[in-house]
Write a new protein. Sequence first.
Length: 368
Amino acid sequence: MNIPLVDLGAQQAEINDEVRAGLDEVFATTSFIGGKAVAEFELAYAEATDVAHCVGVANGTDALELALRAAGVGPGGEVVLPANTFVATAEAVSRIGAVPVLVDVDDVHLLIDPDAVARAVGPRTQAVVPVHLFGQVAPVERIIPIAESVGAVVVEDAAQSQGATRYGRFAGSLGLVAGTSFYPGKNLGAAGDAGGVTTDDAGVAQRVRLVASHGSSRKYIHDVIGINSRLDTIQAVVLNAKLRRLPRWNEQRRQAAARYDALLADLPSVRRPRSLEGNVDVWHLYVVRVPERDRILAELNEGGIGAGVHYPVPVHRAPAYSSLGYPAGAFPVTEAAAEEILSLPLFPHITEEQQARVVAALAASLKR
């Protein structure tokens, strides 16, 4: 049998009856926009993240854009973010007319490097966006004073870190505001696109709701130019069911990561991931670094192992961002990692047998 990178079917089987009952209620009440399920999820996710407010939106990219706009970032402002991230982090900046300023990451954890942030901020900096990558939290406590020194704010990209903590505080509760994604493959994933914005600031939450609803505080009264970005009620039903299971699923991910650590210990050419001190990782991805990555990836995939790469093309090397003018070699850690990183199958329901097969296949490929 093939081993997928993520097994969404196993999750769906666990929640199927609860979701069907929730969907029956949605269709019976015809509460297709907003409704009880959305309100319940916003309250529950705010509580789970230990913040005062959660605003459900249509997807993770919208969540980041809305968080930035609500934080006061606007056209011409500079936003510092890591080069090692999914392009949506930069897209959210570009969509509001701001300018992405990229920085490198640390070589051990591949998280944004605070020293690089300190060198990059300046009088035009309006925000810094630490990305909580692969399931662990960036060192936000080091970045906040750097941002504040130039009058900027910290907006977290928490798309890969639902339930992760840093020194006991949840991802999504550390900066002024955070955007997260509930794309199906996330630790907390919907049955389609969905996202959320979390904050302790009531004014920020109110601005997110305003802009996400066509800039309208009252029907047909449009105070600002907004967008249409709602959390779909059907997605909220799915998210409510999965949120109740998220702590257990995250713990199962941690157990699986520990098994990989043990299984890979005798493969010296495999560089295993390490959690940053102070973090409790939720292992959205288990990312190793290997030589000849592309060959090994192809051989694993041909053998039915659903490995992947997150991410093979750094933001500054994407054609869409060639206008930023960063040359090859501008971010050496990010660029070297992009040639070596390999995401192994990891999901709450992965079995010890499946993990043993993954590592056996990887070991065999490394020997060739």
